[in-house]
Ligand binder design. Structure first.
Ligand code: TXD
Length: 319
């Protein structure tokens, strides 16, 4: 069986880490694409040269032409620009929308059968635009945010409880960032819900709320520390988990920004929900019943994503 082909569209900090992780895990041959000349070629060559040391077999190459991604099984999109001082949200939206239009056209032409994972921010709006620009089926285009948000939540909880990260599960819904909705009654330590752990005296309600807020602000905390960029190790690991589930038909249940067709009372939009990811892409969206203030929090998150979508539609009327 021939190796799978993984195209990384955008070869910046996350793109480079994706290439490294995909190589170490031998997920397939890797093409790195970027508009910056030399960057994808240089990173590909550097990572390829770690192959003999690490003992992986993967062909790595760099490209500045979309023809390079031809026949890719998976495309992971990080292309875009970050928000710089003085740039408004709409300025950023305008630039990254243009990028999604180019990327969508490239994927439609050269890799129409791929499973596409979008990472570019503002995530929920960009993945929605990318699906429209590419014209690929909605079940084959997803956004990565929930795996990262839940990874952050799990890390903080495991540290707080002094237990293995492996035994902590987290359930998050909604858009990426500020409006993310963590469901504490479905987040557990070895199956014991956080709500029970509060009753058992493992953690106070206040401390739990602090951890939830730190998770929502997780991206900003790292930007504040790095000063010159945003997180890339954990975002890359999260997207690789999604790619692996597709390539190996693992049917992992992962929180992804997925196209809703009436689930959670929403349609024609992308927002974070638990999904089964297998060989067919998003094989199932898991719809749970929301109770108490969960519904209101989810609606607030949906409204913020819809606000971004409206801003996109105002900039790009062809959406
Ligand atoms: O959870 C999440 N979804 C996120 C999202 C978590 C962290 C970071 N998140 C976002 O990912 C971040 O806000 C950015 O929008 C993307 C990529 O982050 P990264 O840190 O990798 O950004 P870089 O290093 O700036 O890389 C972007 C690359 C860079 O090499 C540019 O030359 C390239 O994108 N670029 C393009 N490539 C192809 N085509 C076009 N038009 C293009 N424009 C820029």
């Amino acid at each position: 069986m021939a190796r799978k082909k993984i195209a990384l569209i955008g070869s910046g900090m996350i793109g480079g880490t994706l290439a490294h992780l995909a190589s170490l895990k031998e997920l397939g041959d890797i093409v790195m694409f970027d508009i910056a000349e030399g960057t994808p070629q240089g990173k590909a060559l550097d990572i390829a040269q770690s192959g003999p040391v690490e003992g992986f077999d993967a062909k790595l190459s760099g490209a500045n032409d979309y023809a390079g991604i031809e026949g890719a099984d998976v495309c992971i999109v990080t292309a875009g620009v970050p928000r710089k001082p003085g740039m408004s949200r709409d300025d950023l939206l305008g630039i990254n929308l243009k990028v999604m239009e180019q990327v969508g056209a490239g994927i439609a032409k050269y890799a129409p059968d791929a499973f596409v994972i979008c990472i570019t921010n503002p995530l929920d709006a960009m993945v929605w635009a990318l699906q429209k620009f590419s014209g690929l089926p909605k079940n084959k285009v997803v956004g990565m945010a929930g795996v990262l948000d839940s990874g952050r939540f799990r890390t903080f909880l495991a540290t707080e409880f002094n237990v293995s990260v492996q035994d902590v599960t987290a359930f998050v819904l909604g858009g990426h960032g500020d409006t993310m909705v963590p469901l504490t009654r479905y987040s557990t330590v070895a199956g014991i819900p956080l709500t029970d752990l509060v009753k058992m005296g493992w953690i106070s309600k206040e401390k739990l709320e602090e951890i939830v807020q730190r998770t929502r602000d997780g991206g900003a905390e790292i930007v504040g520390l790095l000063k010159t960029g945003s997180a890339y190790y954990a975002p890359a690991a999260s997207a690789i988990e999604m790619a692996e589930s597709y390539l190996k038909d693992k049917k992992r249940v992962l929180p992804c920004a997925a196209a809703l067709k009436g689930e959670y009372g929403q349609k024609d939009m992308y927002v974070g929900v638990p999904c089964v990811i297998g060989a067919e892409g998003v094989e199932r969206v898991i719809e749970i019943e929301l109770i108490g203030d969960e519904q209101a929090q989810f609606e607030k998150s949906v409204a913020s994503v819809r606000g971004l979508m409206d801003a996109c539609a105002a900039i790009a009327p062809n959406l």
